[in-house]
Design a protein around this ligand. Sequence first.
Ligand code: 13P
Length: 247
Amino acid sequence: ARKFFVGGNWKCNGSVQQVNDLVSMLNQSTLSTDTEVVVCPSQVYIQGVAEKLRKDVGVGAQDVWTQGNGAFTGETSADMLSDMGVGWAVVGHSERRGKGEPDAEVAAKAKYALDKGLKVIACCGEPLESREAGTTNEFVFPQIKAYADAFTKEDWKNVVIAYEPIWAIGTGLTATPEQAQDTHADIRKYLGEIAGAEVAEETRILYGGSATAATAGGLSAKEDIDGFLVGGASLKPEFADIVNCNG
Ligand code: 13P
């Protein structure tokens, strides 16, 4: 069975005070041991969070570079993250792809991070035009294919996929459980074709896009929805309710 997974993507939010408050909130919350939990603070707060956060909650970076240390101004290497005890990295978030990161670069970031011992939250998701034109799979499958081309079967053990329809992110327009389930099932089937039945069966596929405590229960009841990548609601106490929604 795939262990339920809830990630909190704090995006470009927080202050010293707010980050300390969020860590205290998480440290005091009752979090289901049946859920794997990872939070992804801004890179500038990541070391403090990694030091102060309870150890049963993982810490992830919101992005990672394709290579090791060097003359790459503004980037963060997987080497640095693993040096700081950060266990995870998000790659391919639409808020970064939108700046012009091609699928192959996203996959290269993920592969380098995996090679350095990090685990990866590999994002994908379509814009509204694709959803409306009925071409969601045509948009999402190449993103999945780029990951599969870069990963070995072993690598997939350290990867979760986050399906985040762009039209649902930050809009309050959560995908319906049926919409999300259909796409998750399609992604899983496609993964089976390109990476094998075992990878398809074992890889967790998270939903992201205006997930809240109110919508998490209905989504998580669906067979192929194995958790969430939460933005806005991960900055609020309701994040714990999303973590615990599957009990
Ligand atoms: P929201 O939950 O704020 O819509 O953001 C989702 C997301 O982009 C998580 O990575």
